[in-house]
Structure formats: structure tokens, C-alpha cells
Design a protein around this ligand. Structure first.
Ligand code: SF4
Length: 686
């Protein structure tokens, strides 16, 4: 029986999937040869075949609620963007994209906006996911380079998981860690205010005060320095900023709420473990101090030389399947392409020449929160949202809905007709989805894998790269957007990365630019760097960093002051994912067995809070912030701390209108990365 190799469309682990089409329909199993999962799949991945249904699919383009031809819809989009640009300039247009787009989709959209429309107003839901990591990497390394790999988990003596419920959010990677622990006794520390399922594998759970991660790692750095654990040979050869970072760490007197015994245990474990990997995720990134938290972690690895060696290093695990691919094409408002810098005139001009582009954006665009505020204020008059559902997933979600509804031109391309966002847009374009389209994704350890289309799409859906390219041609840039296949797009993307390599940047896959169509079709999972001087090697071992002087930088960071508790809103609401749903549930809710795990929106509440509030298990709690309210089923549990309840972020108006938690979250952002704080909304509960 024929099987097709592809990759899972959910999380950043990037598991390989074998898709089988037989008389009984489509089935899936884990790809035993894929280096991310070696055949394993989690509950979501195993249920993928059940999501291949036409239920809820958008079959035909729609304008103002009426089905129209592609020709009519695309003319409206192209004419609308062209006239907006002519009348109001490049600051009046914007794209909002997704870490679930394939790299080829992302590349074409980024080229259209940054090179031809002349604006950097292109941001993505990755801003909600790992923008703080990108900013932290760039401050420390001079580039957005993830130094760690999954193999490092197999070889580490100690794995520290910070703000990461790996057991539920990256389950196959968690299984890999559990296997390593069983095989070689790897110690595991979990740093999380909640006692999550991940804590089942922990030798030490540090249930620190929410938001105090910088304090924890500043304390660790001060300890390592005071007790002779700094690797002065590595630092002397490769790192700057040790003294300033240590001095700041010593001055950081903020508290984590942890006992002296737990802190001493953590410090001693770190110091005596030769090989340490720190895995971090949204609990670090989604914070007004997210970038500083990232640098506090990186500081400890740089100071001790626990980076660039097997079993050592920081490892950011991305939430989405192609957040890394999006970063590689520059799909964020403050990035260019191929990890080149938008602010650098040499980089801009190199990309402009390569694209033969008339107007490369010369300043950063608006990041997600500011972008939707600018739509609401009327500054942005033409907006295109692709493959994401911000009316459910963004903070200030109700204001995002209002912004889209009142925008002069709002376009959504998506698989589904019924998302909260699609319902708000004037023009809706049907896009191909997983198992229907071809392209590549890059997972959390820099491995580029193919997604392959084998299933016919319902209706007249088209690939996102194809839709963006067609609009580019209709706007007059025929040559630049004349792609006939995703393979052509990929070859151009790979060739552009060669320029980055020659300019001394980290992302260079130019050896793949020579792939013919057959080679692209057969492309096996490939971890970059695949070209240039570092081909096949590690980053930041003996090799230099990507800063002007080639040295890694330790950044002095301070723990931010906790927002004062407001009498009307005394609780600090933490949000996150559950094991068996994905983002805003557009795909995962299609399979009933995934809904059996946790079937409705809920609120984890500490027993002491439940008593104070007079709430019992299974009651309905009203959770209120200044922005709105949600109604959630009460789950009384000591997994959360008093005053710090937790609610999942998945439910949308489509599935449970009263369960929309992101409508309660204010748009407070990290000042460096622009990433919103989705973990600390002040709420009242009754
Ligand atoms: Fe998919 Fe992530 Fe599960 Fe792997 S771990 S099967 S990539 S959801």
C-alpha cells in the first residue's frame, strides 16, 4: 500500500507522519525514519486522519457574504491594496500571517509586502508564541539562532524545563526526554507556577511566583559566579558582558517565592551537571519581561560554556509547526528575510537587488498588538489575514474583531468558513490545508521537512503561496511573482539564503537551491546549516557568534516589578493549552475523541480561593476583566497557587462563546519583543 511522508501540522516538534490512502479512507502513523519522532505520534497527531473532512470548509471565494469566482475576488483584493497604497502610502496596508503557513506561503507573502508594497507591516501569530526568544537570541548571539537540537536532550545530564508544559504541548519531545531519563538517569527540573503533567517526570519542581523567572536565573548566575563555576576560558575567548550581567544579577533582590532549600538544590544540580539543556517555551515568552527572561537563561549558558557542545545549550521549543520557517523568511515586522536585518542598509539593498524589488521596506512595521490597534484607528486601511484566527487568539480579542469589521478592506484566507475571524471579513478566500498542499516547514531544532499533498481539496481552494503570487501579478509585478510551483518558491528562498551566508549570517541553505522538482519532491528531513562554513556543524562551540565582534553577549537583566494587585481584580489569570486541542480548535475539534479529554472551557482554582469565593467543583465561575467576561467550569485543584487560577485558551465563539478567554487579556507587551503577556491578566471571579 502506498504511503506518503509528510509532517504533522500541529506543534513545533515537527513529527514525521506517514499518510496511507486505502479502501477504508486515509489513515496515519508515525514515520519511523523521521528524526523528530522516530515513529511516535501524540494524541493529536494520531487523530489527524479524522480531521480530513469537508465539514466547515470554505469552498468558494466570498465577497460580502456572496459566493464569487476567484477572478472577481482576486481583482477586488488586488485593486483594493493597489488603491490603498496609492492614496495612503505603505503604512496603510498590512498582512497578519501564521506559524502554520508553509515556508513557501510565508516567503511569497513576505516578499510581496516587504519588497513590493514597501511596508514591513507583516506580522504573525508567532508574535504571540516566540517573539521574545527571537529578541533574546538577537541580543545575545547577534542572530536568531537556536543553538540546541533534540539530540541534546538525549545526551544531557540535566534538563531544565522553564514555562513549558512539554508533556501536553510537545508530547513526543516529552516522551523522548522520559526515555532519556530512563536510559541514562537524566535529571529533570520543571520551573512552572503550576504543577502540570510535565512535573510527573521532574526530580525537582520549582513552583515559583508567576513572572519571577528572571530572578531565578539571576540568582543562579550569581551563585555560579560566586562559587567558581564560570568557564573563564570559554568566556575569555567568546563572550562579552560577564561582569555587568553578574553585577546586575547580584543586585536583583526580587523573590521567586521558592524555599531556600529548593533554590540551593537547583543551584547545586546545575553546577555539578556537566551537560545542561534549558528548554523554554510560552511561560517565558508570553510576558512583559519575556526578552529579559530569555537573556537571563542564555546568560547562564554563556557564562559556563554550556552551549555549542553535545548535551548542552538553551533550546526554545516553538508552539507552531512552522514558526521557525516563518522566522527564516523574515515573516515578522522587524525582520527582513533569511535572518537578515531590516535595519541594516547593506542587507536591505542585497535583498532588494535579489528580488529586483521597487521598494524594500526601510523601517520595522507594526507588531501584532499595534497592528490591530492601527486597523481600529483607521491608520491601516487594507488588511489580509492568512491561516490564523486572531479574533479568538489575540489579547483584546473583541477589539480585534471590531478592527476587522470596520477596516476599509479586510481579507481572510483560510480553510474554514466559520472561524471567528472569517465571519468578520469582507473577502474570504478558500485555502488548501494539511495533506492537500505541498511545501516545507522547519521544526524547533532547525530541521526542514516536507509537507506533501495527497488528498483532493474540496471546492476551489488554492495554496496560500499561489493566492499571494496571483495578487502580486495582478498588482503589476508579473515577473517577480511568476512562480509555477512551491518548488520554484523554495529554490528562490534557498538561493536568497546564500546571500545571507556570504554576509556572514547564520541561515544558509543555498546548497538546496539547485534541487530540481524531483529532488524537492523527495527532500528528506534536513537540519540547517546545510551550506557555508558551518555546514553540518554546531553553533557557538568553537565558532564565533554573529555579533560585529563575533562574541556572544551576556545581557544585564532585572526582574520587572509585579503589577500591583487591583482590589477589583485580585486574581492573576494564567492561560495555556490543553493536551488534546490545538489553538482555536478549527481542526482538532473535528475529531470527537480529542474532545473527550477535556470537553469544555474550565478554570483551575486553588481550594482556598474556592472557599473564599463560595465556589465548588463543577460550578460555573464568571471571570471578569476590564475588557470582558468568560463563563468557565470550576475545577478545584492545588495544581495552581492561591490567587493564580489557570484557564485554557482554545475555546472560541464558534465552539463556546462564553469560554473565550483571550477576550479578557489586555494588550500589554514586552517592550523589546512586542510579545503580549498572556499569562498575567488581572481578573475578578464570582
Ligand atoms: Fe504533532 Fe506535536 Fe504531537 Fe508530534 S508532538 S504528533 S508534531 S502535535
Amino acid at each position: 500500500m502506498n504511503e506518503t511522508r509528510t509532517t504533522c501540522p500541529y506543534c513545533g516538534v515537527g513529527c514525521g507522519v506517514l499518510l496511507r490512502q486505502g479502501p477504508e479512507g486515509v489513515s496515519v502513523r508515525g514515520d519511523p525514519d523521521h528524526p523528530a519522532n522516530f515513529g511516535r505520534l501524540c494524541s493529536k497527531g494520531s487523530a489527524l486522519a479524522e480531521t480530513l473532512t469537508s465539514e466547515g470548509r470554505l469552498l468558494q471565494p466570498r465577497v460580502d457574504g456572496a459566493d464569487v469566482s476567484w477572478d472577481v475576488a482576486l481583482s477586488r483584493v488586488a485593486d483594493g491594496f493597489r488603491t490603498t497604497l496609492e492614496r495612503h502610502g505603505p503604512g496603510s496596508v498590512a498582512f497578519y500571517l501564521s506559524g502554520q503557513l508553509l515556508t513557501e506561503d510565508y516567503y511569497v507573502a513576505n516578499k510581496l509586502m516587504k519588497g513590493f508594497m514597501g511596508s514591513a507591516n507583516i506580522d504573525t501569530n508567532s508574535r504571540l508564541c516566540m517573539a521574545s526568544t527571537v529578541a533574546g537570541h538577537r541580543r545575545a548571539f547577534g542572530s536568531d539562532t537556536v543553538p540546541g537540537t533534540y539530540e541534546d536532550l538525549d545526551e544531557a545530564d540535566l534538563v531544565v524545563l522553564v514555562g513549558s508544559n512539554l508533556a501536553w504541548c510537545h508530547p513526543v519531545l516529552f516522551q523522548r526526554l522520559v526515555a532519556a531519563k530512563a536510559a541514562r538517569g537524566t535529571k529533570v527540573v520543571v520551573v512552572d507556577p503550576r504543577r502540570t503533567a510535565t512535573c510527573d517526570a521532574a526530580d525537582l519542581h520549582l513552583a515559583l511566583r508567576g513572572g519571577s523567572d528572571t530572578s531565578l536565573f539571576n540568582g543562579l548566575l550569581a551563585y555560579l559566579h560566586a562559587n567558581g563555576h564560570v568557564d573563564h576560558t570559554y568566556v575569555g575567548a567568546h563572550v562579552s558582558g560577564l561582569d555587568a550581567a553578574v553585577a546586575m544579577a547580584q543586585r536583583d533582590l526580587s523573590t521567586t517565592g521558592l524555599s531556600a532549600e529548593d533554590l540551593a538544590g537547583f543551584h547545586a544540580l546545575w553546577a555539578r551537571s556537566e551537560r545542561v539543556v534549558t528548554v523554554f517555551s510560552q511561560g517565558v515568552n508570553q510576558s512583559t519581561g519575556g526578552t529579559d527572561k530569555v537573556n537571563a537563561i542564555l546568560n547562564c549558558h554563556l557564562a559556563t560554556g554550556r552551549i555549542g557542545r553535545p548535551g548542552c545549550g538553551p533550546l526554545s521549543v516553538t508552539g507552531q509547526p512552522n514558526a521557525m520557517g516563518g522566522r527564516e523568511v523574515g515573516g515578522l515586522a522587524n525582520m527582513l528575510a533569511a535572518h537578515l536585518d531590516l535595519e541594516d542598509p547593506v542587507h536591505r539593498s542585497a535583498v532588494g537587488r535579489f528580488w529586483d524589488a521597487p521598494a524594500v521596506a526601510d523601517r520595522p512595521g507594526l507588531k501584532a498588538i499595534d497592528m490591530f490597534r492601527a486597523v481600529r484607528s483607521g491608520q491601516i486601511k487594507a488588511l489580509w489575514i492568512a491561516c490564523t484566527n486572531p479574533v479568538a487568539s489575540m489579547p483584546e480579542a473583541d477589539l480585534v474583531a471590531e478592527a476587522i469589521r470596520t477596516c476599509d478592506l479586510s481579507v481572510v484566507s483560510d480553510m474554514y468558513a466559520t472561524t471567528d475571524t472569517a465571519r468578520c471579513a469582507q473577502i474570504v478566500l478558500p485555502a488548501l490545508g494539511w495533506a492537500e498542499k505541498d511545501g516545507t516547514v522547519t521544526n524547533s531544532d532547525r530541521t526542514i521537512s516536507r509537507q506533501r499533498g495527497v488528498v483532493a481539496a474540496p471546492g476551489s481552494a488554492r495554496a496560500d503561496w499561489d493566492i499571494f503570487a496571483e495578487v502580486g501579478r495582478r498588482m503589476g509585478w508579473r515577473e517577480a511573482f511568476s512562480y509555477a510551483s512551491p518548488a520554484e518558491v523554495f529554490r528562490e528562498h534557498a538561493a536568497l539564503s546564500g546571500i545571507a551566508g556570504r554576509l556572514g549570517r547564520d541561515f544558509d541553505i543555498s546548497d538546496l537551491s539547485g534541487l530540481d522538482d524531483r529532488g524537492y519532491a523527495a527532500l528528506a528531513p534536513t537540519r540547517w546549516p546545510v551550506s557555508g562554513a558551518r555546514q553540518g556543524g554546531r553553533f557557538f562551540g568553537a565558532g564565533g557568534f554573529f555579533t560585529p565582534d563575533g562574541r556572544g553577549r551576556m545581557i544585564p537583566v532585572a526582574t520587572p516589578e509585579e503589577t500591583a494587585s487591583q482590589p477589583r481584580y485580585p486574581f492573576r489569570l494564567n492561560t495555556g493549552r490543553i493536551r488534546d486541542q490545538w489553538h482555536t480548535m478549527t481542526r482538532s475539534a473535528l475529531t470527537p475523541r480529542l474532545s473527550r479529554h477535556l470537553a469544555e472551557p474550565f478554570l483551575e482554582l486553588h481550594p482556598a480561593d474556592a472557599v473564599t469565593l463560595g465556589l465548588r467543583a463543577a460550578d460555573i465561575a464568571q471571570v471578569q476583566s476590564p475588557l470582558g467576561r468568560a463563563l468557565l467550569r470550576v475545577l478545584v485543584t492545588d495544581r495552581v497557587a492561591p490567587g493564580a487560577p489557570f484557564a485554557p485558551m482554545h475555546w472560541t465563539a464558534e465552539f463556546a462563546s462564553a469560554g473565550r478567554v483571550d477576550a479578557l487579556i489586555p494588550g500589554a507587551v514586552d517592550p523589546v519583543s512586542g510579545q503580549p503577556d498572556l499569562k498575567a491578566a488581572r481578573v475578578a471571579i464570582s
